[in-house]
Design a protein around this ligand. Structure first.
Ligand SMILES: Nc1ncnc2c1ncn2[C@@H]1O[C@H](COP(=O)(O)OP(=O)(O)OP(=O)(O)O)[C@@H](O)[C@H]1O
Ligand SMILES: [Mg+2]
Length: 509
């Protein structure tokens, strides 16, 4: 007899249905797993055998064949253990086979028969729900899986024995409750930053329209400080965005305790990060930092210190909002990111500072900045200089505007954008930075004076086509911050100034 149990293989953030077929038949004693298993799946044989033994279930002296169908789909990870063990238990009559047919099963086994947490419980639960089935997952993954919806039947047992007892009716498992992370408290506040008014304004504009931002300035001027305060002014995730973000974090095994939060992701990888760490991939397909920052912020501090190849790999996600990671096979992960970057103008950090001179002269600056490619620079909408804070600003008593006040203006501007896109029949767009070129030409059509300014600037500064559209997007955001229905000359002037800012950046625009 063949026992069947449903499970999933993860491709990107989707769970592809996999059928575990277990047959016990006379023949050479042992367990054989077929169907493109990777090393972790192949090792499953040992874990399953030990766990069943520990649970008091003796394997018959027969041949056990486990087939993971479809056979041509690569199977990665250790989450197939539980499905294989339950399939085997069903084949041996330890659990009723028909009871398992209503569930998708994921989980890793410990040698003592307990079930260990696995990544991907949320997408597995959503996939199971779509198939009209419930989910059996490890106890620790239960709170995460419970987010798939109250109508999904979820069993989160601690051990193989608990599953058997549940189906025998001796010890019924209760449904796990979804867990919420405590509200974001103690986020660093913009009020801590003295001076730097133009950089703060740029940060607000970037937050309001979801624009990419580069801050350039000498050491200790507050660039890293400013970036760390962006989360405190960004609007919370919408429920749909929250689900997408959580699916990615679930696949990456980064949802501690299954707790979800509506705070936007803020990822700040170190500059030694490799290409695989940034965009995903490597030996086993895993989402990279750019995907973990989906619907949130990817902060690259000390931008020129990153490997040029790793930086250039970001060009694609910045344009298409998806990462294509290459591991044993190709996988696509969502990566709608807002790129925030900070850098010194040169290696010693002092180029262009009044009263200071760079030890190595202009070459120092040129060499340092040449590490950032033109195409990557072209994708940055807002570039600001963050000069050293003046002594007068540092000494001045009192604090600056708190984050809460800025967050309110940002939220209002985002609301205008959402309403506008909904009115145009594109409710999935939530910010100006995400609108298409045809749409931005329509919604950011400048008045006559603005058009004249834009024409002159585009000609003189030789904007790329992308640069032209990005200026329009920033101008639309500036108008939204003013609650102005049309984009005026003043908005375009500010948007253009952000594009050409930083004479320290000869590579720019
Ligand atoms: N504008 C400011 N207001 C108040 N404190 C500041 C300001 N700028 C810098 N500081 C102080 O200097 C420290 C360093 O700031 P920060 O790390 O943001 O500098 P940075 O511009 O990122 O420098 P680097 O280029 O070396 O990375 C902060 O922890 C803070 O104490
Ligand atoms: Mg810094």
């Amino acid at each position: 007899m063949v026992a069947r149990v449903s499970t999933v293989a993860f491709q990107g953030i989707e769970g592809v249905p996999v059928d575990v077929q277990v047959m016990v038949a006379p023949g050479k004693v042992g367990i054989q797993i077929v169907g493109l298993p990777d090393k972790a799946v192949a090792e499953s044989r040992e874990r399953v055998q030990a766990a069943l033994h520990a649970s008091g279930l003796a394997l018959p002296a027969k041949r056990v064949t486990v087939n993971l169908a479809p056979a041509d789909l690569p199977k990665e990870g250790s989450h197939f253990d539980l499905a294989i063990a339950l399939g085997l238990m069903a084949a041996l009559g330890a659990v009723p086979a028909d009871a398992l047919s209503g569930y998708v099963v994921i989980g890793e086994l410990n040698l003592d028969g307990t079930i260990a947490a696995v990544a991907g419980a949320l997408p597995a639960a959503i996939g199971a729900n779509a198939l009209g089935k419930g989910l059996i997952c490890p106890a620790e993954s239960g709170p995460e899986a419970a987010w798939a919806g109250s109508e999904t039947d979820i069993l989160a047992p601690r051990s193989l024995i608990a599953v058997a007892n549940h189906f025998r009716g001796t010890q019924v498992l209760s449904r796990p409750e979804p867990a919420v992370r405590a509200a974001a408290e103690g986020l660093p506040d913009l009020a801590d930053i003295k001076g730097q008014e133009s950089a703060k304004r740029a940060l607000e504009v970037a937050a309001a329209g979801n624009h990419n931002l580069l801050m350039v300035g000498p050491p200790g001027s507050g660039k890293s400080m400013l970036a760390a305060r962006l989360p405190s002014i960004l609007p919370p995730l919408s429920p749909a965005e929250l689900l997408e973000v959580s699916m990615i974090h679930s696949i990456a095994g980064q949802l501690p305790g299954g707790k979800l939060s509506d705070r936007r992701p803020f990822r700040a990888p170190h500059h030694s990060a490799t290409m695989a760490a940034l965009i995903g991939g490597g030996f086993r397909a895993k989402p990279g930092e750019a995907s973990l920052a989906h619907n949130g912020v990817l902060f690259l501090d000390e931008l020129p210190e990153f490997a040029p190849q790793a930086l250039d790999a970001l060009r694609q996600p910045l344009e298409t909002a998806t990462c294509i990671a290459r591991a044993n096979h190709r996988v696509t992960y969502p990566a709608a990111i807002q790129l925030i970057a900070a850098m010194n103008p040169c290696r010693c950090g002092m180029a262009g500072e009044p009263g200071r001179s760079c030890a190595r002269g202009p070459r120092c600056m040129a060499d340092y900045q040449a590490r950032i490619s033109g195409p990557l620079m072209d994708r940055i909408d807002i570039r600001v200089d963050v000069p050293a804070v003046s002594a007068a600003d540092l000494i001045r008593p009192g604090t600056s505007e708190p984050s809460a006040a800025v967050a309110r203006r940002v939220a209002r501007a985002r609301e205008l954008q959402r309403d506008r896109f909904a009115g145009l029949g594109r409710p999935e767009l939530t910010s100006n930075a995400r609108s298409s070129t045809t749409m931005i030409e329509k919604i950011a059509e400048p008045d006559a004076a603005g058009l004249q300014l834009l024409r002159d600037a585009a000609e003189k500064m030789k904007f790329s086509a992308r640069g032209y559209h990005r200026v329009l997007k920033v101008a639309r955001t500036l108008a939204d911050l003013d609650a102005a229905p049309t984009v005026g000359r003043i908005h375009l002037a500010e948007a253009i100034s952000y594009r050409v800012a930083g004479e320290r950046l000869p590579a720019a625009a």
